[in-house]
Design a protein around this ligand. Structure first.
Ligand code: B12
Ligand code: SF4
Length: 526
């Protein structure tokens, strides 16, 4: 029996997806192999073009095709799945990951998906394959959604989360040719890749899709330091020299986090570096020391805003007065900080809908500049607040009628202003965005340390391309005084380079790139 586990082909402008393999799929493959013998698993990574992807599917004719995707890619996934269905009509199509978990109804209604896996997939997928092999009734498998006899979406029993993450085998790294991946955008060494040390997050930021994983407790589960070190050692032996620990937060439980970094230090590989994600409120000196001793040189911190009102509104659990001291703690250990910032948040209070003002966005810009001036911040990026399905922001936008008509397409890049914010003038949005991007450029240009060789050019290009798009956007139509996100039909010369790029996103969805490619393949093969 053959199974394909796949990422959607990454749009050409999306470098993120090309940086390292999909850990969820590697975990599924490892669990499947441990529990079922005689199954051939093929991992199709995001670096395949649409054409290559479909060619492999047509050649292999798998019994099961499993696709993993987050919401930004759904607009791209729909035509892909239609092609897969036409090429291999008898293959069982199973989808999982953030988007099928957050919106199984939408997925099953709009796409030729047979089964959506809700939440964690190891046990669900293994049970599905076993039942499939024995010719049993797939609908009794827990943790799935499927179409019932009248086309209605039916949910099977809820599946509990896996409490002991160490009981899952290490991801099937042997299925992966690491040379196919670009590695991390910012890296001190290379080749680089990513792992996860835990699952879930105890925080509840309103813009985050984390609630989709919270359908069962415990919300946060952690691997043992020993198992994490075992995986790191395996990757080191395969030549990896830098690892991004992609857990949502590395410092929510400090004794565990320190034990993890101590175990990594004990591996005694001075040429191995790490990066991770931190919550500002839990940065302590002991923890920062353990990070540094293990070779962790860079951390991402979601600062999000320079306004306490906004931070409270989005439930960030961050105090502005603490920002400098916490970042200084990292600086004292030589650890660099990359800040994630957001613009134009919305939230709900007792008074109804609250909206971040342009003045507040400029406070965020001022905060970034002052932290940069004190050398507490190395780099940062901006995103418009985007209502990903599963987040509270999505619920709020839906409630107040603030989801655009072309919602799936508008999600494709967080450089697109997805929410048509009432009462905000176009000039204000443009001015804030311009000031933000110039700030980002300033930070990028001022970082001329040696390790930035890999990172500087793409990051500068990233900001320049966004600036250019902003200027193009300035000429776009507004409806009723609001910026209405639209996938426009602009024709313009190709921009070289690899940064995420709204401009290319639009071309892509316009049918200039992947989508038209898909249509051609369909007509050729049908
Ligand atoms: C790593 C990561 C990335 C990597 C992905 C690399 C890769 N090739 O996989 C990169 C850097 C590309 C990335 C980018 C982005 N990401 Co991201 N990312 C994550 C992160 C931190 C961890 C994912 C992970 O590895 N989890 C560990 C594995 C074990 O879990 P998993 O992938 O969910 O897989 C399990 C199940 O979902 C299921 N499953 C998954 N696939 C399948 C398939 C089948 C067939 C089955 C049966 C089951 C199944 O089984 C797996 C094992 O249990 C998550 C946060 C999170 N906590 O999940 C955000 C997250 C997925 N990202 C998110 C977002 C928003 C983004 C960006 C838009 C950010 C941005 N503004 O640019 C981009 C867009 C990506 C894109 N185009 O799709 C959101 C998605 C929200 C949504 N509704 O879709 C998340 C959930 C963060 C959040 N909490 O809001 N991201
Ligand atoms: S944004 Fe980060 S801290 Fe907030 S809920 Fe999501 S993962 Fe947790």
């Amino acid at each position: 029996m053959k199974i394909i586990l796949a990422d959607p082909p990454a749009p050409s402008w999306n470098t993120y997806m090309r940086s390292f393999p999909n850990l969820g799929l590697l975990y599924l493959a490892a669990h499947l192999r441990r529990n079922i013998s005689g199954v051939k698993i093929l991992y199709l990574d995001a670096n395949h073009s649409v054409e290559q992807h479909l060619k492999i599917v047509a050649e292999e004719r798998p019994s099961i095709y499993g696709l993993s995707f987050a919401s930004p890619l759904y607009a791209v996934v729909k035509p892909l799945l239609r092609s897969v269905r036409q090429l291999v009509p008898r293959t069982l199509i199973v989808c999982g990951g953030p988007h099928p978990t957050a919106d199984p109804q939408g997925c099953l209604n709009d796409s030729p998906i047979d089964i959506c896996c809700i939440g964690e997939g190891e046990e669900t997928f293994t049970e599905l394959v076993k039942t499939f092999l024995s010719g049993g009734n797939l609908t009794i498998v827990g943790g799935i959604a499927y179409r019932g006899p009248r086309g209605e979406v039916v949910f099977s029993t809820r599946r509990p989360v896996i409490h002991d993450l160490d009981s899952i085998p290490l991801p099937a790294w042997d299925l992966v040719d690491l040379r196919r991946f670009r590695g991390l955008r910012q890296a001190k060494s290379g080749p680089s890749t990513a792992i996860t040390a835990s699952r879930g997050c105890a925080f509840n930021c309103t813009f985050c899709s984390n609630p989709i994983w919270k359908n069962a407790t415990p919300w946060v589960r952690r691997r043992s330091p020993e198992k994490i070190a075992e995986e790191v050692e395996l990757l080191y032996r395969r030549g990896i020299r830098e690892i991004y620990i992609r857990s949502d937060l590395m410092n929510d439980k400090l004794d565990w986090a320190i034990a993890v970094f101590d175990a990594l230090r004990d591996l005694d590989h001075p040429d191995l570096y790490f990066q991770c994600n931190l919550h500002l409120s839990r940065i302590t000196s002991d923890f920062a020391k353990s990070m540094r001793r293990a070779g962790c040189w860079l951390c991402n911190v979601g600062l999000e805003s320079g306004s306490q009102r906004v931070l409270n509104g989005i439930k960030k659990k961050t105090k502005l007065v603490e920002v400098e001291t916490r970042l200084q703690t990292l600086k004292d250990q030589g650890i660099k900080v990359y800040a994630f910032m957001m613009m134009y948040q919305l939230w709900e209070s007792n008074n109804g809908l609250e909206i971040e003002t342009t003045r507040e966005v400029f406070r965020s810009i001022r905060l970034v500049l002052s932290l940069w001036f004190k050398r507490l911040l190395m780099q940062m990026s901006w995103a418009y607040a985007t209502p990903y399905p599963g987040s509270d922001l999505y619920r709020i936008c839906k409630k107040y009628g603030l989801l655009p008509r072309n919602f799936d397409e508008s999600l494709v890049s967080s450089d697109i202003m997805t929410i048509p914010i009432p009462g905000l003038s176009r000039f204000e949005i443009m001015a804030a965005r311009l000031a933000g991007l110039l700030t980002q450029l300033l930070l990028n240009m001022s970082n001329r340390e040696r390790y930035q060789r890999h990172a500087l050019v793409p990051n500068m290009e990233h900001a320049i391309v966004k600036l250019r798009q902003l200027l193009i956007d300035f000429g776009k139509p507004f409806v009723g005084g609001k910026l209405v996100p639209q996938i426009s039909r602009i024709k313009a010369p190709q921009i070289v380079g690899g940064a995420t790029d709204l401009y290319r996103a639009r071309r892509y969805l316009d049918g200039h790139e992947g989508v038209s490619e898909l249509v051609q393949i369909e007509t050729k093969t049908v």
